[in-house]
Design a protein around this ligand. Structure first.
Ligand code: CEZ
Length: 805
């Protein structure tokens, strides 16, 4: 089926994305979440789930080494990867298949993997038997709600055995077991999370150490021991399924599994729906309560309604209709949802990295502004006495900083003005700057951010370059400055950008002294960047403790880094002649069909003056992939330069498809932005373009903002809504429904050959300039935007405007 024209289709009027083949994009996945859990399921039926208790934990494990800090979905999967499978055996013949596809992996007659906002579903037909699977997560509880419908599509009666098999995996070396509990109507696996320190006992005993599979109807048989189920056949041909009935075994200190058997007699056209709930619990009473709450048709339907309402109440601020329907579905249905996921779960950590917390909540400005505001205050409440922000923001009382958050990085303060720019533009709420930081009665937000800017000022060496310590935005760049001397080229220019953004806010508020002070610092740093970092065609990435400059033309690996270029442009540091050279260099060294790579050539061995980033596999993650977060910074820079077409090309490249070959290469559906696509297309062409399948990324909020504020130019300013679109030159029209400061605008863009400049008409009334000033919350307006074709082609240079004179 590979290469077929329509391997991926939009369905339900653009509400869903569907994949029609189980093998050509085997890792293609969708994800569901609520504030306490996450489920990522791929088209073949493999699935990974995590929940917070309050630290992330699993209830369906893999027998492989797992990283504690974050998910790595690109890791190889194999027969024992956790999954949710339904085997179907024809009792009269000898045929067997499994839905959705794994573990039997017999190719079905037809296959659909369908990803929506609130559920993930599969429709599989084989041997005249249709199996439909669907899963959703309720809004509040940690449980997966599965519906399995088996129907006879043929003209003869069928005798089938249907076996839902949900893997539980290796739970604990201390204690693990499983049995069927008829009284609960569930298979229950119990374990004790391994621990050794006495002081851990208090926390351990409260953990949800049971995994249950609740069934609505009693099964005909069951098995709970993985080895008894598999016999010598493995999961793809379990020996236990050769007997008429499963043996009903208990797992006593063996790896558990939840396998049920239903013997169904289905006449032609007949079907049967079975419901299951799968998840973790602390006690049998919890399992009983979940059964009572959900396990019937009405319970599932009510849960679905609540999820729909939850999403409906948190719709992002715009709905697009452009010439590119696939892009529209991506933005309207999936990108805003990915932003909400980040804001809702903090990437399933209890101590999100400060830069992530601020940027993820920057996206929430367009989705749920009240929570973005709260996140800013929570961040500032944890500011250190010296003005710096901590590595991570502790979200649970008594919690602490773990893993990467024990490593000193020096960029966190930069993200405050970046967040606030979005906040102020979108809400116009300058009053937030006068709000008091919780716990610090005399400190206002304005003072706290100013203190953070002064920390950035202090974090510079005698030349005016910013010290990097053990990392900046690039957290594995840990060996550039541990001795306290190494500097970051990116952080130097990013500091200029942050300071200049803040200077602008100071001026709007009339804080001219602070503005003058910080403007001088920004100018010094900008001059230092020019003097010490400009390398002839681009800006260097840094200078190590030992004085070695890197990210420069003389480097054989890691010669050119994208981020210093993007931010030098955003900060208004780069002169026009430099911009031309940088654009050419990026074209020559970093361009790829999947977006702009973070650096090139990728490192192939350890560079001890740079650090852990150089040990990552070439072309993955920060080591030379198309790292979408960094790609977003670059697109922001292109828009700041008014390069509308080039920016659009890059924006579109971040989203898989719609060309079938592109889907096959990336292996991902357009239902989220992954953190990266593999780069190194010249060094390692084989896997270049392949998605990481990890949807944790600061790119989501940046992309959302770029689409709304730059592409469509619908950006707030102190006076109102400023309209400066940068549509790609091949578009003739587009429509955006935009919620803004309580009003709703139906914005209709029309490219007009005769228009000399962008013209606005509100409800038929022409406006004098490009700002909509008079509008009222609660009202609807039609805004006609007539765009001259030239603006489509070259956009409007904002760079001059972004320079603070
Ligand atoms: O995580 C991200 C961080 O969450 O990497 C970004 C950084 O800006 C984000 O804050 C770039 O470094 O530890 C590591 O080596 C990785 O760098 C991870 O921290 C990385 C993961 O790949 C998740 O995207």
């Amino acid at each position: 089926m590979a290469g077929e024209a329509e391997i991926v289709k939009l369905a339900d009027g653009g509400d869903r994305v569907e994949l029609r083949c189980p093998t050509s994009m085997p890792r293609a996945s969708g994800f569901l979440w609520n504030r306490r859990m996450l489920l990522q399921a791929n088209c073949q039926g493999y699935a990974t789930a995590q929940h917070l208790q309050p630290e992330p934990a699993k209830y369906s494990h893999a027998p492989v080494m797992e990283l504690k800090t974050f998910m790595q979905p690109e890791q190889p999967y194999y027969a024992h990867h956790p999954g949710r499978f339904v085997y179907v055996r024809d009792e009269l013949g000898s045929t067997m298949f499994s839905a959705p596809f794994a573990p039997v992996k017999r190719r079905p007659a037809s296959f659909v993997f369908s990803v929506g906002e609130a559920d993930i579903a599969w429709r599989v037909v084989e041997n005249d038997i249709a199996v439909e699977l669907a899963v959703l997560l309720p809004v509040d509880d940690v449980v997966e709600l599965w519906t399995v419908t088996v129907a006879n599509r043929g003209s003869r009666a069928r005798a089938l055995s249907v076996y839902p098999v949900f893997t539980i995996g290796y739970m604990s070396w201390m204690n693990q077991s499983a049995r069927h509990e008829p009284g609960l109507g569930a298979i229950v696996a119990a374990s004790v999370t391994p621990y050794q320190k006495l002081e851990d006992y208090a926390a351990i005993k409260a953990l949800k150490d049971r995994t249950f599979l609740l069934h609505e109807y009693p099964p005909d048989a069951w098995e709970t021991s993985l080895s008894a189920l598999e016999g010598n056949g493995g999961l793809h041909a379990p020996e236990a399924l050769e007997a008429p009935l499963l043996a009903g075994g208990e797992a006593l200190y063996e790896t558990p599994v939840a396998a049920l058997q239903y013997r169904l007699r289905l006449g032609p056209g007949e079907g049967r729906t079975l419901r299951f709930a799968f998840g973790p619990a602390a006690t049998d009473d919890d399992i009983r309560a979940l059964r009572a709450r959900y396990l019937c048709a009405d319970g599932f339907a009510a849960a679905k309604r609540r999820v729909d309402e939850y999403l409906q109440e948190r719709r992002p601020c715009a709905v697009l209709a452009t010439p590119d329907a696939h892009f529209d579905t991506f933005v309207n249905r999936f990108l805003g949802r990915q932003v909400l996921y980040h804001g809702d779960t903090h990437r399933l950590t209890t101590d999100p990295q400060t830069r992530n917390f601020l940027q993820d909540n920057m996206g929430m400005v367009y989705v749920e502004p009240a929570r973005a505001r709260e996140a800013l205050l929570t961040t500032l409440a944890q500011q250190q006495a010296d003005g710096n922000l901590p590595e991570g923001i502790v979200l649970t009382p008594g919690g602490g900083l773990k893993y990467i958050n024990q490593v000193p990085h020096t960029d966190h303060c930069v993200w405050l003005p970046v967040f606030l720019e979005a906040w102020l533009d979108e809400t116009g709420d300058y009053a937030l700057l006068d709000a008091h930081v919780p716990g610090a009665a005399r400190t206002t937000v304005f003072d706290a951010v100013t203190a953070a800017m002064r920390w950035l000022k202090a974090n510079r060496d005698a030349r005016g370059l910013s010290l990097i310590a053990q990392g900046d935005w690039c957290d594995p760049m840990n060996m550039v400055g541990p001795a306290g001397k190494g500097v970051s080229g990116w952080l130097t220019v990013a500091t200029v950008h942050a300071l200049r953004l803040w200077v602008r806010v100071c001026r709007v508020r009339g804080n001219y002294d602070v503005a003058a002070e910080l403007r001088e610092v920004a100018d010094e740093s900008a001059a230092a960047a020019q003097e010490h970092l400009w390398d002839g065609d681009w800006f260097a990435r840094g200078i190590s403790d030992s004085g070695e400059r890197f990210g420069v033309a003389s480097d054989a690996e890691g010669r050119l880094f994208l981020n210093p270029q993007s931010w030098a442009i955003l900060a208004g540091i780069a002169r026009d002649d430099q911009v031309t050279r940088m654009l050419n260099a990026v074209d020559e060294h970093l361009a790829s069909p999947w977006g702009t790579v973070l650096l090139a050539p990728a490192y192939t061995s350890m560079h001890e003056h740079i650090g852990r980033i150089t040990q990552k596999f070439p072309g993955t993650a920060e080591n030379g992939s198309v790292y979408n977060h960094a790609a977003a910074f670059w697109i922001a820079a292109l828009y700041a330069l008014g390069r509308a077409d080039r920016a659009w090309t890059e924006l579109r490249r971040a989203v898989p498809g719609p060309d079938p070959d592109d889907y096959l290469r990336r292996g991902q559906l357009p239902v989220y932005l992954p953190n990266y696509y593999r780069g190194a297309s010249r060094q390692f062409p084989q896997a270049a373009g392949r998605s990481s399948h990890l949807f944790h990324t600061g790119a989501a909020s940046w992309f959302y903002r770029l689409v709304i504020e730059r592409l469509f130019g619908l950006r707030g300013c102190p006076d109102g809504l400023c309209v400066r679109p940068q549509l790609p030159s091949h578009w003739r029209s587009a429509t955006v429904r935009r919620r803004f400061r309580g009003a709703e605008f139906e914005v209709v863009y029309l490219v007009d050959e005769r228009a000399g400049e962008t013209r606005l008409c509100i409800d038929g009334r022409p406006l004098a300039d490009d700002v909509v000033r008079d509008f009222a919350a609660g009202r609807r307006y039609r805004l006609d935007v007539t765009v001259p074709p030239a603006v489509g082609a070259t956009g409007r240079a904002e760079r001059a405007a972004s320079r603070v004179s």
